[in-house]
Design a protein around this ligand. Structure first.
Ligand SMILES: [Zn+2]
Ligand SMILES: [Zn+2]
Length: 402
């Protein structure tokens, strides 16, 4: 970079820092408001409205309901289409325990980053994009948006996730969500059992068969599920049962192989019980994750400068998965984790939900927003940085455990 470019970049970074101070009170208010209004996947109407209203006020051109998803949106600001830097916002919550994954912080932190970058670069020669990505917990909103072209022309996708440590990257498993449905024949369970074909007996055989299968799958794979419908009355032979199962492995290819083996378990139980079975995908397959280390390292540098210590993780053991994986295989993407809770606090718990509303979490989230905005500025202003990012993307694969 030439000296004037460096000087300009420093000015922009300083302006980002100021902008974060300007908006911090409103951003925290918004985050707590979202936390108090948890909404299930693909039904995040309240959050989507609050976030898009903010973006309109901030001078973004906003399109709501993209990819035929009512709560998805895209907001843009800039004088040229490329380069385009996108901040990704998640805002769905979980059944019963609300914002126990802390997506209120993802949404408000991403919004803060985009706002600060917009104020520092009011008319960027490129695009600042905000993509509202609903249905992360269930439904795979990003995968649907990807398929419908929402990510076309995006040069880098930036987001973060709350956690119990601050780390720049992590591997994530690929996951299929299977819905298993048995159809039997109802009959009086005492007077005419011979007329019946028991869909619950089939389901239980399937469940046990999967337990047997589990001994002989890769150590890094996971198969787990629940029965969501086990019949309606004890004196009626169940004619319908349904289960929801997740099949996880290191790569999408491995997931496909395991789905075939799980399907064989399901068919065997149907054959044994004289029932029929349907095995369906409840949502698109979540892919493995390919973190862009060039971008993530830059974010870490800015986080450390703000006093947020960053650990480099040893990649091992079980992990969750997210629809960000699918995006990450198509364009340079980051998904760092930000410490908002004591080490060992896991997501999807009451403790994590409380942490997601704490002052400490919001302090950390504002640091992350500033680091993401500064990194976004670098991507827009420094073509050689963006080139390095794409060079890594072209020559590297997904992160895998050691
Ligand atoms: Zn989450
Ligand atoms: Zn979650």
């Amino acid at each position: 970079m030439g000296e004037s470019v460096v000087g300009h970049r420093t000015q922009v970074h300083n302006r980002i820092h100021e902008a974060i101070q300007e908006i911090r009170a409103d951003i925290v208010k918004l985050s707590l408001d979202l936390h108090r209004h948890p909404e299930l996947s693909l039904q995040e109407y309240y959050a989507s409205e609050r976030l898009t209203d903010w973006l309109v006020q901030e001078g973004f051109e906003v399109e709501r309901g993209v990819a035929d998803l009512p709560t998805a949106f895209v907001a843009r600001r800039g004088t040229k289409a490329r380069p385009a830097v996108a901040f990704l916002l998640e805002y769905d919550a979980l059944p019963d325990i609300g914002h126990a994954c802390g997506h209120n912080l993802i949404a408000s932190g991403g919004l803060a980053a985009a706002t600060a970058l917009r104020r520092a670069l009011p008319d960027p020669s490129g695009s600042i994009v905000v993509i509202g990505t609903p249905g992360e917990e269930d439904g795979g909103g990003k995968i649907i948006e990807l398929e419908k072209g929402v990510f076309d022309g995006i040069d880098a996708a930036l987001m973060f996730h709350p956690g119990d440590r601050t780390i720049p990257w992590r591997h994530a498993t690929a996951t299929a969500h299977l819905v298993i449905k048995y159809h039997g024949k109802a009959a009086h369970a005492a007077s005419n059992p011979q007329e019946g074909r028991n869909a619950l007996a089939a389901m239980i055989q399937f469940y046990v068969a999967v337990d047997g299968l589990r001994q002989h799958i890769p150590e890094t794979a996971r198969i787990h599920g629940i029965i969501v419908n086990g019949g309606s009355a004890p004196n009626v032979v169940p004619d319908y049962t349904e289960a929801s199962f997740l099949v996880r492995a290191l790569t999408t290819e491995e997931v496909f192989e395991l789905v075939d083996r799980v399907t064989a378990c399901a068919q065997a139980a149907a054959l044994a019980t004289g029932t029929t079975v349907e095995v369906e995908h409840g949502s698109p397959i979540y892919a493995e994750r390919k973190n862009n280390h060039t971008i993530a390292s830059r974010v870490s540098e800015y986080l450390e400068a703000l006093g947020e210590p960053v650990e480099i993780p040893v990649l091992k053991g079980g992990t969750g998965s997210s629809d960000i994986g699918n995006v990450s295989l198509v364009l340079p993407t980051i998904h760092p984790y930000l410490k908002i809770a004591p080490l060992g606090t896991s997501g999807h718990t009451h403790e994590f939900r409380e942490a997601a509303a704490s002052p400490e979490a919001h302090e950390a989230m504002l640091h992350m927003a500033e680091a993401l905005a500064k990194t976004g500025a670098d991507l827009l202003l420094d073509p050689s940085f963006l080139e390095k990012v794409w060079e890594e993307f072209r020559t590297s694969g997904p992160d895998l455990p050691q």
